[in-house]
Design a protein around this ligand. Structure first.
Ligand SMILES: *[C@@H]1O[C@H](CO)[C@@H](O)[C@H](O)[C@H]1NC(C)=O
Ligand SMILES: *[C@@H]1O[C@H](CO)[C@@H](O)[C@H](O)[C@H]1NC(C)=O
Length: 282
């Protein structure tokens, strides 16, 4: 028993590694902007020698809110809801889980993720903890360079949009049964723009939950074991804003795997300590 505790302690010290996954698309003039939102527009204000030998360049930009990798906040769907500047930082950071629907979406671009998909995920990975960020991967960020492929139509007409989304029941389940705080997809919306009436927006935003849309590379996320960060600039009065979304993934390696990897000073040191622990305890 004692030996295994010592082993576990060293395994944890030596073998937890963190890595970053960037979940944001570049926000440029050709980014996806629906609902006739104005595109990003950067213009140069000055470029040249500000003083002799001192090169300086400055610009200004403007952009519509709901386009590119962005966050929807309560003010988007609720008259008295929080605007972007009022969102507390802690609402924008959460332990995350990723539910992978890329296979289903590749066969059916109208795929509606059912509640059963969440239950299947939980039967493998355990219950989704309260206050999680749930990210659904549809494998859609590969289409981001084409409005037509991404939205399912050439026209910027919400009633023609066709891309995979979550069912109302799945959205309700995650809100009511799992009390999640952020829901995100790599499509333009977790809701379809059809007669269903945007049930996830209607439920989540007025209740101070956040929605992330047009995330990138969500398929690189592990099913669990990451922390999601998606913090916008505090734009006053804004109903949404682009975010630099990213995940910090903690990979726990077993000790054997670590020892087989590059022998770092730390792991060599741990090996020495471990041997002495065996001598001492054994
Ligand atoms: C971009 O912004 C500049 C400066 O405000 C403006 O002159 C220009 O017309 C804008 N371009 C577009 C495409 O809106
Ligand atoms: C695609 O998914 C939608 C929503 O679940 C369903 O209504 C439709 O029948 C599916 N299409 C095909 C071809 O399976």
């Amino acid at each position: 028993m004692k030996n295994s505790c010592v082993l576990a302690l060293f395994a944890a010290l030596v073998c937890v590694e963190s890595r970053l996954i960037d979940l944001s698309h570049k926000h440029g003039p050709d980014g996806i902007m629906s609902f006739q939102m104005p595109h990003y527009n950067w213009t140069e204000l000055f470029k040249g020698d500000f003083q002799p030998g001192m090169y300086v360049k400055v610009g200004a930009y403007s952009t519509g809110e709901h386009g590119g990798t962005h966050m929807d906040v309560p003010a988007h769907f609720s008259p008295n809801g929080m605007s972007v500047d009022q969102i507390p930082l802690e609402m924008t950071i959460a332990d995350g889980v990723m539910i992978d629907c890329a296979y289903e979406a590749s066969r059916n671009r109208s795929y509606l993720m059912p509640t059963q998909k969440i239950l299947d995920w939980e039967s493998v990975n355990g219950r989704i903890p309260d206050n999680s960020a749930v990210i659904v991967n549809f494998g859609w960020s590969q289409y981001y360079n084409s409005f037509e492929k991404f939205m399912g139509t050439k026209n910027d007409n919400i009633y023609e949009f066709n891309f995979p989304t979550l069912s109302k029941a799945a959205g309700d389940f995650l809100y009511e049964q799992r009390n999640i705080k952020i829901i995100g997809t790599d499509t333009a919306s977790p809701d379809g723009f059809d007669a269903s009436g945007l049930p996830i927006h209607m439920k989540y935003l007025p209740n101070n939950r956040l929605i992330l849309e047009e995330l990138k590379d969500t398929g690189l996320l592990p099913p669990k074991g990451f922390r999601l960060h998606a913090s916008p600039v505090k734009f006053v009065g804004a109903t949404g804003a682009q975010v630099r979304a990213f995940a910090i993934v903690s990979d726990t390696r077993d000790l054997e795997c670590c020892m087989n990897g590059a022998v770092t000073t730390v792991s060599a040191f741990a090996l020495v300590l471990l041997s002495s622990a065996f001598v001492f305890l054994g």
